[in-house]
Design a protein around this ligand. Structure first.
Ligand SMILES: [Zn+2]
Length: 335
């Protein structure tokens, strides 16, 4: 049993309360390898932002759970070495699909877990989430639940269509489960193909496809039912067109990849939405940078020469999200 506090990590409770009050959102960036972790920590330190390191079940299997625990501890020490005396770093399980997986993460030093029972019948979702909360809270680990189903594909999570969160269920769900935050479905979606071109319209100025707007009326109704309760948005990558273009220019083949416009995320960040999940954008940044090196320097075979530029590109992206979209810069409790 490893407690996250011994690793220098924090749970989400205090940072979410401050984020709601302050009208900004904490970035939750997924990571699978060292370069991504370095880029996230550097971006968070330089912008003085709290940050959530997110690990999916697939990423945990990919990286190895023991290595992850030391990587998280290393991330805290790295942040201090970079000059941040009091980093606020969360290690969070993204889309936990069973009590056993959540328990195992709590026992291995995670400071926050998500239990995603959103695909289950309502009463089963309540029972599963409550069971995880009862276990996690013994160790002061915070728990994110989910109501409503997001469309799209991301690691093990996949659904053809989304179902908006029913605002009539949120009070009952939050009260009976005791969860600390709630992921809701208002039209965001997993992956780089969030919308089909036929769902979008063409912006006459840029010629780009513009997706349908998020269902802010659902978010408003949820906030009215649960004033001040931390809300989470999944699937909130914006799929920057410059990365899609770069990938395609250097031999990739991404067709009509469409994300959530950053203006909509800016608006959400000012509300009770206090955690915004971004994964695909860093995958795109990394892939674009690696492809560019491979295309321009086909003789290159030192991984540092293509993963290094990929790391720089991701760091740039993370900083942009923090500074220009989520507004979590300069929000550490002890600056
Ligand atoms: Zn998700």
């Amino acid at each position: 049993m490893v407690n996250y506090k011994d690793l220098g990590l924090v749970n989400t409770r205090d940072m979410f309360a401050r984020a709601i009050k302050g009208g900004y959102a904490i970035p939750a960036f997924n990571f699978n390898n060292m370069e991504q972790l370095q880029a996230i920590i550097k971006a968070a330190v330089e912008t003085k932002s709290p940050v959530i390191l997110q690990v999916s079940k697939g990423a945990r299997n990919y990286a190895n759970q023991t290595l992850l625990r030391y990587m998280a501890e290393g991330a805290v020490e790295y942040a201090k070495e970079l000059g941040c005396a009091h980093p606020e770093i969360v290690l969070h399980l993204d889309h936990g699909d069973s009590f056993e997986l959540c328990k195992s993460c709590v026992d291995m030093g995670f400071s926050s877990v998500m239990i995603d029972g959103s695909h289950l019948p309502y009463e089963e979702n309540v029972a599963l989430t409550k069971k995880v909360v009862e276990y996690a809270h013994q160790f002061d680990v915070t728990v994110e639940g989910e109501l409503g189903v997001l469309a799209g594909v991301e690691d093990e999570v996949s659904a053809e269509h989304h179902t908006y969160t029913n605002p009539e269920e949120v009070i009952d769900f939050a009260t009976r489960t005791g969860c600390d935050s709630l992921a809701i479905s208002i039209g965001t979606s997993h992956g780089a193909y969030k919308f089909k071109p036929e769902q979008c319209h063409v912006d006459p100025a840029t010629g780009r496809l513009v997706p349908p707007p998020l269902a802010f009326e659902v978010l408003d109704a949820v906030m009215e039912k649960l004033p001040g309760f931390p809300i989470v948005l999944h699937g909130s990558s914006s799929v920057p067109q410059e990365y899609v273009d770069m990938i395609n220019q250097y031999g990739g083949k991404l067709e009509a990849a469409i994300g959530i416009p950053e203006d909509e995320l800016r608006k959400a960040a000012k509300s009770a939405v206090c955690k915004i999940n971004i994964d695909s954008d860093s995958r795109l940044a990394m892939t674009a940078a690696v492809r560019k090196v491979f295309a321009e320097k086909p003789a290159e075979f030192d991984p540092r020469k293509y993963l290094g530029p990929a790391r720089d590109e991701m760091e740039k992206l993370y900083k942009h999200k923090i500074l220009n979209v989520l507004g979590s810069n300069d929000k550490l409790a002890n600056l």
